[in-house]
Design a protein around this ligand. Structure first.
Ligand code: TA6
Length: 298
């Protein structure tokens, strides 16, 4: 597998096509770039802070989504602000796969004390050049002798989009959601989501898990996300859609004022109900992101 690595990043690309590849920052195991034949699929702000002092946007959320009144863990937990290790690389045909792992000794002791369990978290990143997909999956193992732990987790994907004008996130019509921009009130989603103001919607239990979530612009599909099952799980149950819009963007130091036009977060995870994992048990869930527009342009 053609790859380059330094102390901060790992980059791999197809042997037959250097324009199709991905980059991961060890800090947060953040997939900061995924290109399909030269077309970038993910949004990374021009103001992103990449020196390990602030979580890079496109984070892995574990062991806590958001903030929780009864927990002192920081927003979105510690996985995104810890240095992960590359532990496995495989190549087979058009597929490149890398696994990154996080264990308690890699977590800041002050944060680890707030969720103090023996665990191993693995993150598999698999590029399929022929299919135009990136599969990412999280897997956690409980190494405690007799303690069950629970957590919430989520893949906080920032999709790059050409414009918000005419953009729709499809696949959530008919489901209820908690609106974080409206005092956590519950609403019913009718039709596709359009983005004309800040959107921060948490959809619990979006079924069936196999139904794709699609981003469409001007009627043309841009990308789709499909949730995948794994060991001990049928797949992530919940979906979050977020765009900060203008005011919130201005308040974020690591995000350009006008960049909210270039992204939408479509996030899959288990956030409404914590996942419980008993001693020795494993839970795994993932997603496949399909670069529909880039494939069409090939
Ligand atoms: O998943 C959506 C969300 O929880 C929003 O509420 C929003 O604040 C976003 O994540 C980004 O959070 P961050 O801590 O990375 O700024």
């Amino acid at each position: 597998m053609p790859f380059t690595a330094d102390k901060d990043t790992f980059h791999a690309h197809l042997a037959a096509n250097a324009k199709t590849g991905f980059t991961v920052h060890y800090y947060g195991a953040t997939v900061s770039s995924w290109t399909v034949n030269g077309h970038e699929q993910l949004f990374l702000s021009k103001k992103a802070i990449l020196n390990g002092t602030k979580a890079i946007r496109i984070p892995l959320v574990f062991p806590q989504f958001g903030t929780v009144a009864t927990s002192k863990l920081p927003q979105h937990g510690f996985a995104r602000c810890s240095f992960w290790k590359l532990t496995q690389l495989t190549e087979s045909g058009d597929q490149l796969a890398a696994t990154f792992t996080l264990t308690p000794d890699q977590v800041d002791p002050a944060l680890r004390a707030l969720w103090d369990y023996k665990f191993e978290l693995a993150y598999d990143v698999t590029l399929d050049g022929a299919a135009g997909t990136l599969k990412t999956a999280l897997r956690v193992k409980n190494f405690e002798a007799d303690r069950t732990f629970d957590f919430t987790w989520l893949l906080h994907t920032y999709l790059r989009v050409p414009t918000l004008s005419g953009l729709e996130v499809q696949g959530l019509s008919g489901f209820s959601y908690t609106d974080k921009t409206r005092q956590l009130q519950t609403f019913n989603q009718s039709g596709a989501i359009t983005i004309t103001e800040e959107v921060d919607r948490v959809f619990p239990s979006v079924t069936p898990i196999t139904a794709p979530l699609q981003v469409v612009v001007g009627g043309k599909p841009i990308a789709s996300i499909e949730r995948t099952p794994g060991k001990g799980s049928n797949g992530f149950a919940d979906v979050v859609v977020w765009n900060p819009w203008a005011d919130k963007a201005k308040g974020m130091a690591d995000f350009g004022d006008d960049e909210y036009h270039e992204m939408v977060c479509v996030e899959v995870g288990d956030v409404a109900n914590p996942v419980k994992v008993g001693p020795g048990e494993v839970r795994e869930a993932g997603q496949v992101i399909r670069a529909v527009a880039a494939i069409a342009k090939l």
